[in-house]
Design a protein around this ligand. Structure first.
Ligand code: SDX
Length: 430
């Protein structure tokens, strides 16, 4: 006998099926609720609402578990790399050697951009935020590859392999160009022989007279940061990608919308906000205690950035890995950053403070990631761009999952709280 849930509306009892996920998570299937009762559910922020069924990522927020296609993030962090994990997220299985070689070849071959795209950078003001540039440029890829951005679902799916590798590859080139433009530097062309991350660092930091020197520690650290950001089920930006895709929009347009959603300080913008917070604490000569006291005021503008999470009510497993990587990378590079000392002090204080414990607020993925990116020379205003580069495979995987499902266009209902019906009043009578 399959499980059901009963909802009593007035003197009527309505029964609805209960869905059970792979890890035994439960959902009341309310797809017939309005037809049966005339009622809708209300769940501001969707904290209690499953918007879809997905086979890509599993998170257990209470246990601090994160798995991509069934593989624990801790195992992938040690044994895999960003491109292999990107393939896993998009296609559902770890690639064989030929599959990974083919995928890597497409990615490495697709790093250069169409000559016409260089002109966009002539027009952006130099102080443009790289996330604004990135969302514009990802969407404009559809203008250069119209056959992959037809908004004819069957045709766009036929070209998905190419569109995916174009996005994963060119996102680095476009990101590096936004950095070079901002600093008045000439653009550096990609070198296909370099591995994924080092090719990005080459395009960011090489000079005509001094090529960026490959550093295996830095390449590995950046690879890990991107892998840890690669997907996170129905977070704000991924849900946005699915929302846009549900209307039939192509992959480039959907990814561009994901960039816009990620930019906010409550979401992907937090990694920049963490560094600004740590720098402020350092400037104030605060040992963190004053900041912690202010963060407990409930004032949203004084929050401990990089702490708390909509789903994790335990230590974010990605933060644990990044905290260890922080120490390893800074130690190997011989970098001592006072911000790391402050971050460790803040964590020590907050994770023993009843305000944070009572609200189950722990470090999230953004708390340590910025310190590593700073150590490898990535400027703070590029941190959320790095998050977007990492999250692209997840967005692509979710676009593909939705595009191959029979999911209807996403169109939530609402509770109307505006004016009752009223007559129009001509302007001379108001
Ligand atoms: C990401 O969804 C994802 O998966 C996102 C992400 C991904 O990989 O895609 O994991 C990436 O976005 C991580 C989160 C990055 N954001 C930050 O670090 C910003 C700081 N964190 C907070 O703004 C907050 O914790 C959120 C937005 C992350 C989560 O907010 P919730 O779950 O909606 O919590 P809430 O706003 O309802 O707060 C609950 C309580 C409140 O106190 P009370 O009203 O109960 O007294 O906790 C307090 C809040 O004031 N609180 C904090 C706090 N976060 C919540 N207090 C101090 N510092 C904080 N950081």
């Amino acid at each position: 006998m399959s499980e059901t849930a009963k909802i009593i509306v007035g003197n009527q009892t309505h029964e609805f099926p209960v869905l059970t996920g792979t890890e035994h998570e439960k959902a009341i299937d309310t797809r017939e609720l309005r037809a049966q009762t005339g009622y809708v559910t209300y769940d501001d922020g969707y904290a209690n609402t499953a918007s879809c069924e997905s086979a890509i990522t599993f998170i257990d927020g209470e246990q601090g578990i994160l798995r991509y296609r069934g593989y624990d993030i801790q195992e992938l962090a040690i044994q895999s790399n960003f491109l292999e994990t990107a393939y896993l997220l998009i296609y559902g299985e770890l690639p064989t050697i030929p599959q990974l070689q083919g995928f890597r070849h497409l990615v490495l071959r697709n790093a250069a951009i169409h000559q016409g795209m260089f002109n966009f950078f002539e027009a952006f003001p130099n102080n443009s935020h790289p996330m604004a540039i990135l969302s514009a440029m990802l969407n404009s890829l559809g203008c250069y590859y119209p056959e992959m951005a037809s908004n004819n679902r069957e045709q766009d799916l036929e070209h998905l392999d190419n569109a995916a590798t174009i996005l994963i590859s060119k996102v680095r080139t476009l990101a590096a160009m936004s950095y070079r433009m901002k600093h008045g530097l000439i653009f550096i062309h990609p070198k296909p022989e370099l591995p994924y991350c080092s090719n990005f660092l080459h395009m960011m930091f090489s000079e005509p007279y001094a090529e960026y020197k490959f550093n295996p520690v830095v390449d590995r650290a950046l690879n890990l940061i991107l892998l840890l950001h690669a997907d996170h089920e129905q977070n704000c930006s991924t849900s946005t990608v699915r929302m846009v895709a549900s209307g039939g929009a192509n992959l480039f347009a959907s990814a561009s919308a994901g960039v816009c959603a990620l930019w906010g300080p409550a979401h992907g913008g937090a990694n920049m906000a963490v560094i600004h917070m740590l720098e402020q604490i350092h400037r104030d000569g605060d040992d963190g205690s004053r900041f912690i006291a202010a963060a407990k005021s409930g004032d949203r503008s004084r929050r401990l950035m990089g702490f708390g999470h909509r789903v994790y009510k335990n230590y974010d497993p990605r933060a644990k890995i990044l905290k260890k990587t922080c120490a390893d990378v800074l130690g190997t590079l011989g970098v001592s950053d006072p911000l790391l000392d402050i971050a460790l002090k803040l964590e020590e204080a907050a994770t023993h403070d009843k305000y944070f414990l009572a609200r189950k607020l722990y470090p999230n993925v953004d708390f340590y990631s910025g310190i590593i990116m700073r150590a490898i020379g990535i400027p703070v205003d590029m941190f959320t761009v790095m998050f977007a580069i990492g999250r692209l495979p997840g967005w692509i995987g979710h676009w593909r999952e939705l595009a191959t499902s029979h999911s209807p266009i996403h169109r939530p209902r609402q509770i109307y709280t505006g004016s009752p019906r009223r007559e129009f009043v001509p302007i001379d009578k108001r």
